[in-house]
Design a protein around this ligand. Sequence first.
Ligand SMILES: Cc1cc2nc3c(=O)[nH]c(=O)nc-3n(C[C@H](O)[C@H](O)[C@H](O)COP(=O)(O)O)c2cc1C
Length: 185
Amino acid sequence: MTRLHVVSAATRPTSSGRPLARWVVDEARAHGAFEVTPVDLAEIALPFLDEPEYASTGNYAHAHTREWSALVDSADAFVFVLPMYNGSFTAPFKNAIDFLYREWQGKPVGLVSYSAGATGGAPAAEMLLPVLTRLGMLPAGRSVAVPGINALVGAEGFAPTEGLAGELAGVFEDIAALAKEPAAA
Ligand SMILES: Cc1cc2nc3c(=O)[nH]c(=O)nc-3n(C[C@H](O)[C@H](O)[C@H](O)COP(=O)(O)O)c2cc1C
């Protein structure tokens, strides 16, 4: 079974995306193709990149990096649930990505973006794609953008709009297909 880590990329304590990420985790489990691990970047609580050596060396001086490395290493594929800040992905998320290198390589990744406004964070997802391909990740062809996030979260958690579960299933299908392809030699 593909080990899928669903990463909630938000770090604000009052994040509206956290309930969305929990819903993505539930949907991924229901899908059936994945062994799902939720990852909350706020709990990982990385500092700004403080490793003396490049991530590409794999020589990590700090325990927080080794723990983050082991967690990312243990995944076959990812879904990133990411907020949009000022038209782009967030600084803490890019920082967490930059901490590692080999651990990301060759792994499928699906994007679920969200924002308060009408775009659903699609521009943030678009901007992240070159970063992910640069790292040798395999982005899913389909992605999900969730507009008006604040109106969709409440005491009951995240309330998906019509069609969203189907869109997310498309991302899962893409990830499952990419995970099946043999790694390049
Ligand atoms: C620093 C910052 C910048 C934001 N910029 C945008 C933006 O450009 N467009 C938008 O629609 N919403 C913007 N928002 C609203 C967020 O998309 C919305 O608050 C979302 O819930 C943020 O994710 P989070 O709750 O997980 O932190 C911004 C929020 C923050 C905190």
